[in-house]
Ligand binder design. Sequence first.
Ligand SMILES: [Ca+2]
Ligand SMILES: [Ca+2]
Length: 490
Amino acid sequence: MNVYQYRARTTSNNRNSGEFEVSQKLFDFASEPIGKNGSDWSPLSIILPPGEKFVILIIANISAVPLVFDDFSVNFCSGSQPDPPPRTLYTCDFEQPCTDGIWSLPNYPYMWRRDQAGVANSIDAQAPADDYTYDDSVGHYFWLNNTQILQKGAVGYFHTQQFTFTLEQTFCLNFEYFMFGHASNNSQLRVWAWTENDGLVRGLWPSNNSGSYEYAANKWTWATINLPVGTYTLHFRMESSDYLASTFAVDQLSIVSCLYPATSFDSHTSLLTFSCSFDEGTACGMQNGDNDSSRPPSNNFTVQSPNTIPDRDLLGPSFDHTTNSPNGSFLYWATSSPYMPSSHGRIRTLIVQQNTDMYVRFAYYVKSTAQSQLNSTSLLVKTGGCYEAQLWLTVTDDSHGWKIVTIPVLTFACGETFFIDVSHQTPTAVAVALDDVQVVRRPRSLLQPMRRPRSLLQPVRRPRRLRLAAVGRRRVFRARRQSRQQRSFQ
Ligand SMILES: [Ca+2]
Ligand SMILES: [Ca+2]
C-alpha cells in the first residue's frame, strides 16, 4: 500500500492518466510494513507537508489477504501547530468589488465582469449557478461574458496590482476557476506575469511545457502557482480558439506564503504589443534573420538617420517618418557596390501575444536605381510561430516617398513573430527604410463584433426541475445564514 500527495492540476491530463500531478510519496508499505500478521489493527500516522493544498491518494495493490481501513482522519499532529502561519499578501473573493487591485483591461473584445452567480447564470445559463466562496447564487465571482460577442482568436484580460516577490519568502497564487460553455477546450485561461520596466510578459500557468493543457470543465477546481521572484503584475487572459462559445469564471483569488523553494522565470518572454519609432537609436529588440537560418540575409537592416545613410541625395530617404524631419531614425537596408544579381534581408520582432483584433502597421520607403518597370524590389510580411502565413506583399522600385501599410493579423490568439522580408533581384543600388513599426490593437471603433448564430442566441431556460432545486437551495442557504446570524448575536 502506498500513500501519495497529489498537487493541484498542473499538467496535461485526463482521469485515466492521472488528474493530478504526483508531488510526493508520503508512505511506502514496502519500506515500512504494518499489520503484516493480519491479526490486529495497526495504527498508521503520516506527517503531511504543510502549507499547500493537495489530494491524498491511497493506492492498495491486490493481495491475497483483505485490507481494511477505519478511523481515517486529517488533523493537527499531537502538540504541533501550523508553523509558520501562512502570510496573506492579497485576497479577493469578489464579494467586494476588489477595485483596489483587479481591473479588466480596456480595448479588448472581451471584458471581465463581477456578478452575483444568480445574475451571471441568468445571462448565460451555463455559467455557474453558485459561486465558490459561499456555494450559493448570491455569492459573486469574476467572469468573462462572451455570449453576445464571439470572435475566434479574441481575448479578454484582467490584471492585478503590482507585487514584489523576494528570495526571503515564497508566495503562491491560488484561485478557483470554472470552465463552461457549448464546447469545452475552445477557450483557454492563462496567467502571465507582466513587468513594467521592460514591458515583457512571461507565462506562469499552465506550464510552458504542458502543451495542450486540458482544463477541468463544468465544475469549480483550483490552480496553485509558485510565484517566481520579481516585481510584476498578474495578467489573466481568456482566449477563444474557435467560434464556439466557452469561457471561464474565477473566484477566491489569493496570494499566500507557501513552502515551495524560490524560483526564477525561465527564458520564455513575449510582448502584449510592439511599437518602435527607432528614434531612440535602437531597434527595440528587432533582430536580423532567423534564429537558425541556413540562408542568412545578404545584407542586414541597421538603425540609421537621414544624416548617416550613404546615398541620401541619390536614394534617400531624406526625412524620418516619425518626425517628418532629418532628425530621427529608422530601419535601413541597402545594397552596396559591387552589386549582386540577388540580395535579400529579413528583420523580425520579438514574440507578440497577438489576438484577432490586432494589426501590423508600419511606414516603408523604397528607392532603386533600377528601371521602375522592372519591379525588382519586393517587401513581404509574414508570420512564424503558432501559425505561418504571408500577410502582405508589395513589389516596387520606387514607393514615391513614405507609404503606410496596415495589415490585420489572422484570427489566432497566440504568441507570434512577425517578419519583414526584402528582396532585390537586379544588380543595382536600392535603399529600403522602415519606420514606426507596430503590432497593436485596433481601436474599438474598428472592431466588428461577430454576432452569435441565431440558434445560440436563444436564451437557454433551465429545466423546471433545476429551477425548483435552485429555489430550494436558496431557501436552505437563507435559513442557514439567519441561523448563523442569530448564533453570532447570542
Ligand atoms: Ca465569491
Ligand atoms: Ca523614426
